[in-house]
Design a protein around this ligand. Structure first.
Ligand code: F0G
Length: 350
């Protein structure tokens, strides 16, 4: 069947009326990839929900299409967000498709190159602040409170509504909910959205159960795990470099209600997982996404995830967003040789 985007597909579960414009860049319908090599090594049944294959390369498209459709329905002409990069790329793309103005606040120097390029080429007006994401979000909330501008961060409830469709897809693709859903946590909107989606599918008896939710923050930005606001969050995974998550309660609630937990992984664990999934499974996701696989590895090792479990690891963003990190952590530069067969053979055979 023809794919028409998440609003059309899941409109029965979304705040969609006759007046809601059917906005789409054909987001959603992302593959659930069976990780055949890692499954065998870990003794579990592991799948990646590969959200990096959305139109702007991250899961943010699911929430943004809904937020922009509702903004358009309400007559809004301007949207605004704070972002570590992916939200701004998605906002800029959907605003472009709807002829809206898009204003973006990012932390100067802490946004991956590809994400900045996207926001700019889609025509957003980008302001870089001398501060972090949490400070940017505070400013955006203050401005959108006073001005006729629609806030499209995940504190906008339509964002959560759109993002919950990823949980629906996981159930549709697996035939039921998995035993464990493992996900990176930054501003905590996505774990909140997945949990809402899993509960709704179960309430409608489309799935027979809900998964145990395991969320992972980066250690240097683990506000929920440490139960304190982190004024200066630090991690190589800039996507989740957030010290005061807006959906803090949503994450805590998802963990509590599902008998799961919010835990953390170090930058070393994130980078190891980042390289592992690329080399072992042929999947290139950005470092923030790799926090999810790092969480799977940690949980299998410490027994949180028992052998034989069916596990879905959410890979939130495409690796191409952040080429600098890929090059810097591998520290590999192709050697240049003369354009001759002999020279190449000497190099590869010796
Ligand atoms: N993974 C990626 C690739 C992200 O970009 C984000 C958040 C997350 C995970 C965490 O999701 O915030 O819902 O807990 N990025 C936001 C942004 C903050 O501005 O693009 P979350």
């Amino acid at each position: 069947m023809k794919w028409e985007g998440i609003i059309e597909k899941y409109k029965a579960f979304l705040p969609v009326t006759d007046k809601t414009p059917r906005v789409t860049l054909y987001e959603g319908n992302t593959p659930l990839v069976y990780a055949k090599n890692l499954s065998q090594e870990l003794g579990i049944e592991l799948y990646f929900k590969y959200e990096g294959l959305n139109p702007t390369g991250s899961f943010k498209d699911r929430g943004m299409v809904m937020a922009v459709a509702k903004a358009a329905e309400e007559g809004s002409k301007v949207i605004m967000c704070a972002s570590t990069g992916n939200t701004s790329a998605a906002a800029a793309a959907y605003a472009a498709s709807m002829g809206m103005r898009c204003l973006v606040l990012v932390p100067a120097g802490n946004i991956a190159l590809g994400k900045l390029a996207q926001a700019i080429i889609y025509g957003a007006e980008v302001v870089a602040i001398e501060g972090n994401f949490d400070q940017a979000l505070k400013i955006v909330r203050d401005i959108t409170d006073e001005e006729p501008i629609t806030l499209v961060n995940s504190v906008n409830p339509y964002r959560i509504e759109g993002q919950k469709t990823a949980a629906f897809e996981v159930c549709d693709q697996l035939g039921d909910a998995p035993d464990y859903l493992v996900i990176p946590v930054g501003n905590a909107g996505n774990i909140t959205a997945y949990w809402k989606g899993f509960k709704e599918y179960c309430e409608h008896k489309i799935s027979t159960k809900t998964p145990i939710m395991l969320g992972f923050e980066a250690e240097g930005a683990a506000a929920i795990v440490k139960n304190e606001i982190i004024e200066k969050p630090e991690t190589i995974a800039t996507a989740i470099r957030i010290g005061n998550p807006a959906s803090w309660d949503g994450a805590v609630n998802a963990a509590k209600e599902s008998n799961g937990k919010i835990d953390m992984v170090t930058d070393e664990e994130i980078i190891a997982a980042y390289k592992l999934m690329a080399k072992r499974e042929g999947i290139f996701a950005e470092p923030g996404s790799a926090a999810s696989l790092a969480g799977v590895l940690k949980s299998v090792q410490d027994g949180t995830i028992p052998k034989g479990s069916k596990v879905v690891s959410v890979l939130t963003g495409n690796g191409l967003k952040d080429p600098n990190t890929a090059l810097s952590v591998t520290n590999y530069e192709p050697e240049v040789v003369p354009a001759e067969k002999e020279a190449v053979l000497k190099k590869i055979i010796g």
